[in-house]
Design a protein. Structure first.
Length: 102
């Protein structure tokens, strides 16, 4: 009985990792410029991003930095704005989700 109570308290105090999904992309307005598939809108689709960075060991780190700091020139002349207020855990979860999109 004591063990069950301990495990319950432990589980309640442990933060679960953020699960990325289209809902998280919507929450931070990523979908204003990107979509999963289909025609390119302002920025590349998630599938295009996943294909471009496939097999690159440092892809996740590169994209996390790009989301946080913004950038331009990789996909054309339209700059990607910086997103410094998006929590790091959410950025990492989004990037992992995007890289897994195929």
């Amino acid at each position: 009985m004591k063990r069950a109570i301990f495990l319950g308290l432990l589980a309640a105090g442990t933060a679960l990792p953020t699960q990325a999904s289209e809902e998280l992309a919507k929450k931070y307005a990523c979908v204003s410029c990107h979509n999963a598939r289909g025609a390119k809108t302002v920025g590349p689709t998630y599938v295009e991003i996943a294909k471009r960075y496939a097999g690159q060991g440092d892809a996740e780190a590169k994209l996390v930095e790009k989301v946080k700091k913004g950038g331009a020139g990789v996909w054309g002349q339209v700059p990607m704005p910086a997103n410094p207020n998006v929590p790091d855990g959410d950025v990492r979860a989004l990037v992992k989700w995007i890289l897994a999109t195929r």
